[in-house]
Design a protein around this ligand. Structure first.
Ligand code: PFF
Length: 435
């Protein structure tokens, strides 16, 4: 096992980076919207149940295998058993495919910071957004700008780059989020937004809601793309994995709830509809900012918040790929980061164009953007999680890696990781695909 690799300078910087990976676009627009749509408090309850009992298991497995082997994804699986190396590459492929659409959204965010900065007044927010994303060059060029920023941090390495980025961005991010949440709750009728989020609506309990809660849990915690494995590989020996895993989950949930508290009171106060997905962030919210005092300033703050959230997650995706290329192709960090740039730049091109020039190209009746999102969220991420549980449960001597003070907890963990979690995930994944 190699020990000349970099390590996190402190426990808190590891947590910043891991939380930075988890907290992203999934928290800011996806979580509040899905929660509101699927019954508010009821959804929150099911979601919390999933992350605390099911998703925490692959999260612990990723951190453990990383910390134990001190290798990136491919090398880590190879150490557990050389025949498993292939699964490490699947992680790298998953991170690459997620990057191809995640970075495109990063480019859109940069554009929205710019138009608010120059105080560009929009006539129709929806038309503006749809015609902007359909442009052939600008969104793609901005994707490359976002990619360059991300690759810059990764190229500088764990301590001088990844830690630095997270050290600046995470506290700023939290501060802006709190300021905007306070502004939003103090708007007239703001409480209606909180009711929408938190009032339990029992009629929404359905199998579909359970699947939605599970899908959200994976994406938001960055499980199943190897990010936490590679971050775990830079952990110091004495760090407690289980405690850190729960801290990551706790912080991610707080950020998601704060994001909802920032968004929904404003949406309800201005009598707008809680639109879905990208529309909520790029159409509905700009409409609100346009009607608020100091709207352009608040909009700039909001999009900077979104940019930081996206960038800290993007850095973890790029690190999975960079670390794999360094160790398996024997490249310098500089060359590996360059290779990541080229690969993502190529893959992001059809994704960016799928809103305009390539909008008629459909594969399995999906555009490139939807296809890449579907393949990763519905197939690759759950599959990687099932695999890592099985590998950790059956191929690793669990007690060598995790310390259990209580024999019953060890037994419970073993049963969960070996049987229950892989089984539940397989059933839910298949149901999700057949739906
Ligand atoms: N967790 C990130 C979010 O909530 O936006 C997205 C993400 C990052 C997913 C990294 C997967 C991943 F590997």
């Amino acid at each position: 096992m190699q020990n000349n690799r970099e390590q996190w300078s402190s426990k808190i910087l590891f947590l910043f980076a891991a939380i930075g990976s988890a907290v992203g676009l999934g928290n800011i627009w996806r979580f509040p919207y899905i929660m509101g749509e699927y019954g508010g408090a009821v959804f929150l309850f099911v979601y919390m149940f999933f992350i605390l009992t099911i998703c925490v298991i692959p999260l612990i497995c990723e951190l453990s295998i990383g910390k134990y082997t001190k290798k990136e994804n491919v090398g880590a699986y190879a150490i557990v058993n050389p025949k498993l190396k292939f699964f490490g590459w699947i992680n790298v492929i998953t991170a690459t495919v997620i990057s191809s659409f995640y970075f495109v959204v990063g480019g859109w965010i940069i554009h929205y910071i710019y138009i608010n900065f120059i105080n560009h007044k929009l006539e129709n927010h929806s038309d503006y957004f749809l015609s902007f994303v359909a442009l052939p060059f600008l969104p793609y060029i901005l994707t490359l700008v976002f990619l360059t920023a991300c690759v810059f941090f990764v190229y500088r390495g764990v301590n001088k780059g990844i830690e630095l980025g997270n050290k600046i961005m995470m506290p700023t991010f939290l501060l802006i989020l709190i300021v905007l949440a306070i502004v939003s709750i103090s708007l007239p009728n703001g409480h209606k937004g909180l009711e929408f989020m938190f009032k339990p609506d029992m009629s929404k309990i359905s199998f579909e809601m359970i699947l939605a809660a599970l899908g959200q849990s994976f994406f938001t915690l960055s499980i199943g793309a190897g990010c936490l494995l590679v971050y775990g590989s830079y952990m110091k020996e004495k760090e407690n994995i289980v405690k850190n895993a729960y801290l990551i989950i706790f912080a991610d949930t707080i950020f998601a709830l704060l994001a909802g508290i920032m968004i929904f009171p404003a949406v309800f106060s201005f009598g707008l509809k809680s639109d879905s997905g990208a529309g909520l962030v790029f159409i509905t919210l700009p409409k609100i900012f346009a009607q608020m005092p100091y709207g352009s300033f608040l909009a700039i703050l909001f999009f900077i918040l979104l940019l930081f959230a996206a960038l800290t997650s993007a850095i973890s995706l790029a690190e999975v790929q960079t670390a794999a290329y360094i160790e398996n192709f024997h490249l310098s960090r500089k060359k590996a980061a360059g290779l990541v740039f080229v690969i993502i730049a190529i893959l992001a091109l059809p994704v960016s164009l799928s809103f305009g020039f390539l909008s008629n190209v459909k594969i399995f009746s999906k555009s490139f953007f939807d296809l890449f999102d579907f393949i990763t969220s519905n197939i690759l991420m759950p599959l990687n999680s099932i695999i890592i549980c099985i590998i950790f449960g059956w191929f690793v001597k669990i007690k060598k890696v995790l310390i259990f003070k209580n024999e019953y907890i060890y037994k419970l963990f073993s049963v969960l990781v070996k049987y229950i979690v892989p089984l539940v995930l397989t059933i839910l994944m298949i149901c999700g695909l057949l739906k």
